[in-house]
Ligand binder design. Structure first.
Ligand SMILES: C[S@@+](CC[C@H](N)C(=O)[O-])C[C@H]1O[C@@H](n2cnc3c(N)ncnc32)[C@H](O)[C@@H]1O
Length: 226
């Protein structure tokens, strides 16, 4: 089937929607500066006009290859698969593209996961955690206003790899990441600012909701909070 790069001329006019052909994506990602970052499992990528994931899906494939090469055993490889996935972020304006983006990321992860691990090493918790990471890292919204379609702030999670094979999740508003630089505020600290106007009981709840406990990579799906 030929690659479809536009959906309609109206959408090209209104939102500049033209999807990048696979061949072009590959050539662009072959640039040495990009390859260097792909080879660093902790290096993050953000695609602020992600479409259906032309770049993010190819980045995921390449990062999972790196995770395979850099892991000594199956447990480390499962952790590195989730780490690799957790470094990829996207923002997309349109609901239909967003659905395809999430589906393409999830299908790509699962396809490679099930083809890489033997049956006895496969663990559904890894796939469930991958889906939680994808839904946290792919945001539907406007990258220019930092807001979702309901006017709420776009929120992203940092997935910090700890040395004991665990991960710590912390949420930040996209605006604070872009505008805050080194002084980036967590969602928790933003809630603290809003707390001045909120019911005291709600304040405690909202703070507690945002404090994720460190956990094993494959237990991310449990979303355990303090
Ligand atoms: C030129 S297409 C590129 C899509 C994808 N990066 C690719 O290469 O196939 C631009 C995409 O950005 C989205 N978009 C347009 N304005 C946006 C905005 N302000 N914030 C987020 N996404 C936006 C469109 O819906 C469209 O999917």
């Amino acid at each position: 089937m030929p690659e479809r790069i536009i959906k309609s001329t109206d959408r090209v006019k209104d939102i500049g929607e033209v999807f990048t052909p696979k061949r072009t994506v590959k050539l662009m990602l072959d640039q040495p500066e990009i390859t260097e970052k792909i080879n660093d499992l902790n290096a993050t990528f953000l695609e602020p006009a992600a479409g259906e994931g032309a770049f993010l899906v190819e980045l995921l494939k390449r990062k999972l290859d790196v995770a395979k090469e850099q892991s000594k055993d199956a447990t480390e490889m499962q952790n590195n698969f989730l780490l690799a996935l957790s470094t990829l972020y996207g923002i997309e304006l349109m609901e239909d593209n967003m659905e395809m983006l999430v589906m393409n990321m999830s299908n790509t992860f699962q396809h490679i996961y099930y083809h890489t691990f033997d049956m006895h090493d496969q663990d559904i918790k890894v796939v469930k955690s991958a889906n939680v990471i994808i839904s946290a890292n792919m945001a539907q919204g406007n990258a220019l206003t930092y807001k979702t379609s309901t006017g709420a702030p776009i929120i992203f999670s940092e997935w910090k790899s700890l040395h004991n094979g665990k991960v710590k999740r912390t949420e930040y508003t996209f605006e604070s990441i872009i505008e805050g630089g080194a002084n980036t505020g967590t969602v928790q600290s933003n809630y603290e600012q809003l707390d001045l106007f909120a019911d005291p009981e709600e304040q405690i709840l909202s703070k507690e909701e945002k404090e994720y406990l460190p956990c094993k990579w494959k237990d991310i799906y449990k979303r355990k909070i303090k």
